[in-house]
Design a protein around this ligand. Structure first.
Ligand code: MN
Length: 186
């Protein structure tokens, strides 16, 4: 089902920009073949690929994961469905991107021993981390720093960064992504 939502969203973003697959590949750094597979719903993109796509299209991450929004709703409720695009990190949307607040919020889960590395997000993006359960290490400027449950970290995410669970227990953390005004609303 999520493959279908992502497939439809990607096609719509590409069409609204009038981009060929080749142009979209240039802008995102994701191969034409892979973009075609995702658009046909044949492939589940990894989280790293999703970030490349949303960065290339200059849209927030949650926008590509969401079915078309019903703007008449004044409240937002997300189901507890866990999304798993690769084996290293699982996540779900807690709040989809809101153009007024310019942020979105995810819950992430890292199994013991797992690492997720992220390349730089769009210029000006800021991330908040709130560790809910277990211990989390965050990599910034090539140094890992350890956060325990209840601890928080806010950092500039327009640089390479990483998330790691070196413990023997699972790690759950919340992640708010703040977008600058320069990014498209949709
Ligand atoms: Mn990130």
């Amino acid at each position: 089902m999520f493959n279908t939502i992502i497939a439809n969203n990607l096609k719509q973003f590409r069409n609204s920009r009038g981009w060929s697959l080749a142009r979209a590949a240039d802008e995102t750094g994701v191969s034409k073949a892979m973009l075609g597979q995702i658009e046909r719903g044949e492939s589940s993109p990894t989280m790293a690929t999703l970030w490349k796509i949303t960065q290339g299209f200059q849209i927030p991450m949650s926008v590509v994961l969401e079915p078309p929004r019903d703007n008449s709703q004044s409240v937002e409720h997300q189901s507890k469905k866990q999304l798993s695009f690769d084996e290293n990190i699982q996540f779900r949307v807690l709040f989809a991107f809101d153009p007024l607040l310019r942020c979105e919020m995810f819950a992430h889960q890292l199994a013991p021993g797992k690492t997720h590395l992220s390349s730089s997000h769009e210029r000006g993006v800021i991330e908040d981390i709130i560790v809910i359960e277990g211990a989390l290490e965050i990599k910034l400027t090539d140094q890992w720093q350890l956060l325990q449950a209840g601890e928080t970290l806010r950092f500039k995410a327009d640089q390479d960064h990483g998330y790691r669970n070196s413990s023997a227990e699972r790690t759950i953390f919340h992640n708010v992504i703040h977008y600058p005004k320069t990014i498209a609303d949709h």
